[in-house]
Write a protein that binds this ligand. Structure first.
Ligand code: COA
Length: 175
C-alpha cells in the first residue's frame, strides 16, 4: 500500500528498514514524549509489530519517504491500542527533527486520515497526545480532530484527540 502527497511517499515498512528506523529511534528528539530513545533491539520489536500488522491485513504504520531526497524521514500511520476498555486505532507520527516545522507531519497525517475513512472505512481514529506536546496537538487540529477526553496512557497524562467518519464526511461535504 502506497499513499502519495505532494512532498512525501508513504509506503509499507519492510524488514530492510531496520537500520534507518533504529537510527531514527535512537534520536532523543525523534522520540520526544515517548519511552525512548530505543536500542536497535527495541526498534526491531517495533518494526516486527508493524510488519505483523501488514501481514495480518491490519492498518499499520507507513514509512515516510521525503521525495526531495528519497530518504526515510519518519513514520506516520496506524497504531492499535486497548484504551479505557475499548479498542482504538490511533494515527501516530514522528519525523526526524531536521524535517520539523515544514508542514510535513500534517501532510502525512491528512493522507493517512483520508485513507482511514475513504479506503478502510474506519468509524473513528484518535491521536494520543501529551498536554505539553504543542506541535503534535497542532498536527491533530489540522487533521480535523478535537479533544474527546483526557486519560492516562502509559502512565502519562494524555489528551485523546478524535475524528469520526461522519465528521470527516460532513467536513468534505461543506468544503
Ligand atoms: C509532532 C511532529 C511529528 C510534528 O511534525 P512537523 O512536520 O513539524 O509538523 P507540522 O509542521 O505539520 O506542524 C507543526 C505545527 O506545530 C507548530 N509548532 C511547532 N513548534 C511549536 C512550539 N514550540 N510552540 C507552538 N507551536 C509550535 C508549528 O507552527 C505548526 O503549526 P502551524 O502549522 O499552525 O504553524 C514532530 O514535531 C515530531 O516528530 N515530534 C517528536 C515526536 C512526537 O512528539 N510525535 C507525536 C507524538 S503524539
Amino acid at each position: 500500500m502506497v499513499l502519495e502527497t505532494s512532498r512525501l511517499i508513504l509506503r509499507s515498512f519492510q524488514k530492510e528498514d531496520l537500520g534507518r528506523l533504529a537510527e531514527l529511534m535512537a534520536n532523543r528528539d525523534f522520540m520526544r514524549f515517548s519511552l525512548g530513545p530505543y536500542t536497535r533491539e527495541q526498534t526491531q520489536g517495533v518494526l516486527q509489530k508493524f510488519l505483523s500488522w501488514n501481514q495480518a491485513g491490519l492498518p499499520s504504520q507507513f514509512a515516510v519517504i521525503f521525495r526531495g531526497s528519497n530518504e526515510l524521514i519518519g513514520y506516520c500511520g496506524f497504531l492499535h491500542w486497548h484504551l479505557d476498555g475499548a479498542d482504538e486505532i490511533e494515527i501516530g507520527y514522528r519525523l526526524h527533527p531536521d524535517y520539523w516545522n515544514r508542514g510535513l507531519a500534517s501532510e502525512a497525517a491528512q493522507a493517512v486520515r483520508d485513507h482511514a475513512f475513504r479506503d478502510l472505512r474506519l468509524p473513528k481514529v484518535i491521536s494520543l497526545i501529551h498536554p505539553d506536546n504543542v506541535p503534535s496537538r497542532r498536527v491533530a487540529e489540522k487533521n480535523g480532530m478535537t479533544i474527546e477526553r483526557e486519560t492516562v496512557f502509559r502512565g502519562f497524562p494524555t489528551q485523546v484527540f478524535a475524528i469520526t467518519r461522519e465528521q470527516w464526511l460532513a467536513e468534505r461535504g461543506a468544503g
